[in-house]
Design a binder for this molecule. Sequence first.
Ligand SMILES: [Zn+2]
Length: 214
Amino acid sequence: MTPAHHLPEELMLAYAAGLLGRAGSVFVESHLALCPVCRVRLALLEDLGGSLIEREAGSVLSRVTVESVLAASERDGAPAPPHARAGHRCPIMDVPRPLARVLPEAMAAEAWQVDVDGLLYYTLDVSDEQCSVRLLRATKAVVEPLHVHEGIETVLVLHGGFAAEGDRYDRGDVAVWDESVQHSPAFDAGTLCLCMITIPGAIRVAADGPRPHD
Ligand SMILES: [Zn+2]
């Protein structure tokens, strides 16, 4: 199923211009592996070339829709690019290959830290001073306490899904929350939910209670 929530334009531009560090690149490439729409958006950006990107990017990206991509792929029968193939085996479950490449061969159970009851996180080695990249794993239906980040948090759903701020996020979907958005995602019951998140800066808890992914 094609994701409904995509990479924001600024993130696509930064990636296309080679401005993202390793952590951000792994995030972007993992979404690309799951999303034919954003693969086309990126290809169009790359065709524009560096000097034209800023001037033309908005109009190019806005022309790419789910319908146009599906119509083009049916017409052309074009194979997906190498980075587009998902389904690489990792110690937890199948994840996109760009993410699988940076996972350790063995993920010790004790390396998973408790966020709140039912929610565990694992900090990836590609994290740096500007950006922490984590896997977030919900083992039961759980709602994170309302909180807000200093900077922009991005979330990519790898398995299962969650609801937040009136929207629904499933496999391949990207959620983006800046410091103006208090959020309290509710992870699904009955399925193992796995997300990749990038978090810059600190977290402020908006209500009494445990600190989410502190
Ligand atoms: Zn996308």
